[in-house]
Unconditional design. Sequence first.
Length: 250
Amino acid sequence: MLNDERNIEILEENLNVSHRMIIRRKGVFQKLPRYYGDFTIAFVAALLAICILIFSMTTNSTTRVSALETNGVGVYWDSKCSNAVSSIDWSTLVPRSVKNILVYIRNEGEEPMYLILSTKNWNPPEASEYLNLRWNHTEGRQMNPGEDLQITLTLSVSPYIEGISSFSFDIIVTGSDRLMGDVNGDGWVDWKDLLLELFPAYNSHGPGIPSPGDPASPTWNPNCDFNDDNWVDWKDYLLVFNPNSNQNWP
Ligand SMILES: [Ca+2]
Ligand SMILES: [Ca+2]
């Protein structure tokens, strides 16, 4: 009988110990989900921050590139004219920036030619109002076949530029038997080109403007569209008065 009572006491003692252990373990298990929950939240937050950073880096990446087209000439990075320029990356630009790019241009035709610099495909279009491309080439200078010239292209950024972080435009370097502005091809840019060619064509446009399929203006003269934007307007007039051209005003 005493043994039975002792056994019962031992059994009760074991049950209490087991019960306390269960309670203790239960307490641990009750805390685990909270621990894992905190960890999960921290992990998700970190993952979200990384995603936002990557997205931000992606969306803030800027495009500031010009594709370069040539017509009758070659444009190269090196003086040996072996490494052709296909595009120019203007990289970092801020308001008032002036970026110079040195290139070598070679007359690859068989006749003497003049060089003409123009741009097109501005994206966004308003970028052309704040960015100005020019070069140090004297446009009245004729290039002989096989001759090459070292020329600096300069892109200037207006101090008033805003809302444009990315842009692109195409550069066209053309070899022409005529000077820019010399519409009648007499070797001079003068009143004959202005009065007899440009005035009659003023405010005319080429085919497909303003809507696709539209005919060209009756007075349209593509030879007066010096900047190749399919309009003859004040922009072309300004190019006629280029001080580097072969001017012959009375
Ligand atoms: Ca002329
Ligand atoms: Ca034009």
